[in-house]
Design a protein around this ligand. Structure first.
Ligand SMILES: Nc1ncnc2c1ncn2[C@@H]1O[C@H](COP(=O)(O)OP(=O)(O)OP(=O)(O)O)[C@@H](O)[C@H]1O
Ligand SMILES: [Mg+2]
Length: 153
């Protein structure tokens, strides 16, 4: 199993799909075999993006599929160098499953105070499987807006 990178957030519309697709595209261009798993089966944003790329013959080729659960996505990503998971619109049980499985979790956030506080609440609600240090690293990746919110972690 290669690296697993998950994009999740408490709030919708913060850039998960955009960033997931950008990472998948760049990793594939760099020579890695990449699976992009779209866990937002209702919107299927990344699957639709994939269809548009195929229609226009855009390289590099990336394997993109929709999955209902993180476990299904992880299973399908086994033979790839990198599995990029485009998470559901809002935090859910599925987001937690992604966080458990991922080597890196990216939580995009907007600039207002509501965004980082929602993000911190969701990250600290993760259970013991995410150690304190791992949660800190994940939170720190959004450091600029977190600092503005006054979080001391
Ligand atoms: N860095 C950015 N700068 C400007 N616009 C952006 C940026 N990232 C994303 N967007 C725009 O913001 C909108 C939402 O982005 P995106 O669909 O990636 O968010 P999302 O978190 O996946 O949304 P959802 O929760 O609905 O799945 C899109 O119109 C996208 O083009
Ligand atoms: Mg999305």
């Amino acid at each position: 199993m290669g690296r697993v990178v998950g994009f999740i957030s408490q709030k919708g519309g913060v850039g998960k799909s955009t960033l997931a697709r950008a990472l998948a595209r760049e990793a594939a261009a760099g020579g890695l075999t990449v699976k992009l798993a779209d866990l937002d089966v209702q919107q299927a944003t990344s699957v639709n993006w994939h269809r548009r790329r195929l229609d226009h013959g855009i390289e590099p080729r990336i394997s993109v599929e929709a999955y209902k659960t993180a476990a299904q996505a992880i299973g399908a990503g086994q033979s790839f160098d990198m599995l990029v998971v485009d998470g559901p619109g809002r935090s859910s049980r599925g987001s937690l499953d992604i966080a458990r499985s991922a080597d890196l979790v990216v939580q995009p956030t907007g600039g207002g105070v509501d965004y980082p506080s929602a993000l911190i609440r969701s990250a600290w609600s993760w259970p013991a499987c995410c150690s304190r240090d791992r949660r800190r690293r994940r939170i720190r990746s959004n450091s600029a807006s977190i600092r503005r919110s006054g979080c001391s972690h």
